[in-house]
Design a protein around this ligand. Structure first.
Ligand code: ZN
Length: 301
């Protein structure tokens, strides 16, 4: 049996239409095992898959039973801990390998979980946010598109409204009444900056002046690569750092105590329940927002 650098079996990529990308919103939890949510089964874990860009590690294959899905039939999903992968060093190109796996699997819907910082005083610590748009100043350096002239990818509707509606409805059933759920119709904007260093006070001011309401350390590659593989994308995120927290004295933590621990089990449940209910099939405008260019743009040069 072939194994990955960390000793996991390298297995064929399964055919599935759904993916969950996990991250800081699920830190400290075995996802989904620790949610104890009935109807979710882990079919396999600690599996690696081969891609044209190298081996992608730490995959799980989940199954939702018919009580959770739109058509009452079992539904499988690929699941990977994206911004903690690989485990022992920082490698932002892991996103490209992860989405190469999702592309080969035939994934059409991607839900990605993360925590975020607020760049807007009206968005408070503990709030759940489904942003509508993103700002990424350098564009994703880890594109999956086969050649510069083969495809165009639109930047419009980068977050899927149909998936966002289902996620917001799910979140409103579970989120604590002490915080708010901001749906995609609020039109909030997420700036992206690669982590793990947290945002500096100057960057907070800069991104806020560019029109961003929140800052996220993983959303640009996730949203852009979802577009590149022709999948709908929806972010599932909550605020752990408030706007004013970035300007507190250096010795005081930006991240407020207890917020992550209190909300990550709820956010994890919301992510699972919503993912299982995301639309089936290929009927969404998002999936037509990647379009082929004329052949001669590639062949004549
Ligand atoms: Zn869509």
């Amino acid at each position: 049996m072939t194994t990955s650098p960390c000793g996991q079996p390298i297995q064929p990529i399964p055919e599935v239409d759904l993916a969950l990308i996990t991250g800081s919103a699920n830190w400290g939890l075995r996802f989904p095992e620790d949610t104890g949510l009935p109807g979710v089964r882990v079919l396999s874990r600690d599996v690696s898959h081969e891609t044209a860009y190298g081996v992608s590690e730490n995959w799980k294959l989940l199954e939702f039973d018919g009580s959770m899905t739109p058509d009452g039939l079992p539904r499988r999903a690929l699941c990977m801990y994206s911004h903690g992968n690989p485990r022992d060093w920082i490698d932002h190109s892991c996103h490209r390998r992860a989405f190469a796996v999702l592309q080969a699997a035939g994934v059409r819907r991607v839900l990605a979980s993360s925590t975020i910082g607020s760049l807007n005083r009206a968005i408070r610590v503990g709030d759940f946010v489904i942003n509508a748009d993103i700002i990424e100043l350098t564009q994703t350096p880890y594109s999956l598109l086969p050649g510069r002239q083969r495809f165009d990818c639109s930047g419009k509707q980068i977050v899927c409204p149909a998936c966002a509606e289902i996620l917001a409805e799910t979140a409103r059933r579970h989120w604590p009444a002490s915080a708010r759920v901001h749906g995609v119709d609020s039109g909030l904007v997420a700036a992206h900056a690669y982590g793990p260093r947290l945002t500096t006070p100057a960057e907070v001011i800069a991104y806020r002046n560019l029109g961003a309401d929140i800052i996220n350390h993983s959303i640009a590659p996730e949203a852009t690569l979802a577009r590149e593989i022709g999948a709908c994308f929806v972010p599932c995120a909550f605020v752990t750092a408030g706007f004013n927290d970035y300007f507190r004295p250096a010795g005081m933590s930006i991240l407020q105590e207890g917020v992550l621990e209190g909300l990550s089990p709820i956010a994890s449940r919301v992510a699972l329940e919503a993912a299982a209910r995301l639309p089936l099939g290929t009927e969404c405008l998002c999936q037509s927002l990647k379009s082929g260019q004329p052949d001669d743009r590639y062949s004549r040069f």
